[in-house]
Design a protein around this ligand. Structure first.
Ligand code: 6PG
Length: 233
């Protein structure tokens, strides 16, 4: 592991540190620019962060919520990342509806839905080469995927588009995801990685073997790593 990355002693400590850092970054960004644009990750690790953020007092009217990836399911489906964030956070705090930018999932035409979301992003981040997120939150799977950039999938090779549909053989389904350049354009990008089952993938990501087709998280150059070997309860 890179020498300057120290795993957190336990999950509570990781979660508390991330939530404090999120609040600090959000408020400092809002005080200088008047807004805070965050790309959210799905998964169980970030979910606890969202639940804890719901307990904090933030300038909700100045924060804009986007999704870094989404499943190809309706927004009321149990696997929806939008539903997860809504239940964990957005339903409990005074966020203006106009500040919530979910992926316009179209189960039957994921290509059109991805193009529509990319158009939304390009409008919101008008003039940017790639979206200038103030913060991109990222998880990592035990196969070293991040967002929905899974090993040996087409989206790994995308260098122009911001947001794409991505066929994932092992799920026999499409996913929606930011491309690597559209993640790396963030001012701050944080990996939130918890669980003993992630440690092998992490070792591969940190190794000198640069094989992003196998370890897609190697495509991302994050600002911070929040790592803990504790499993999610
Ligand atoms: O839609 C998703 O599932 C996520 O965006 C995905 O990239 C997730 O972050 C990782 O799979 C880690 O998930 P856990 O934190 O649950 O291990």
């Amino acid at each position: 592991m890179l020498d300057d990355i120290k795993p957190f002693p336990n999950l509570l400590n990781l979660h508390q540190t991330v939530v404090d850092a999120f609040c600090e970054l959000a408020e400092s960004t809002i005080s200088t620019t008047g807004r805070f644009r965050v790309s959210l990750s799905g998964g169980s690790t970030p979910k606890r962060i969202y639940e804890m953020l719901a307990q904090r007092d933030l300038s909700w009217q100045h924060i804009h919520w986007f999704w870094g990836d989404e499943r190809n399911v309706p927004h009321d489906h149990r696997d929806s990342n939008f539903l997860m964030v809504r239940k964990a956070l957005l339903d409990h705090v005074p966020v203006p509806e106009a500040n919530v930018h979910p992926v316009p999932v179209n189960v039957d035409d994921p290509k059109a839905a991805a193009q529509q979301y990319e158009a939304t992003l390009r409008t919101y981040f008008e003039g940017d080469t790639f979206p200038q997120w103030d913060l991109a939150l990222l998880g990592m799977g035990d196969d070293a995927h991040t967002a929905s950039l899974f090993p040996q999938t087409d989206a790994l090779n995308e260098s122009e588009r911001w947001f794409v549909e991505n066929w994932v053989e092992k799920f026999d389904a499409f996913r929606y995801t930011l491309t690597a350049p559209a993640i790396n354009s963030a001012a701050q990008s944080w990996f939130l990685i918890a669980g003993e089952n992630k440690q092998d993938a992490l070792a591969k990501v940190f190794s000198n073997q640069h094989e992003p087709q196998l370890y897609p998280s190697q495509l991302v150059t994050p600002s911070r790593w929040f790592i803990c070997a504790d499993a999610i309860a």
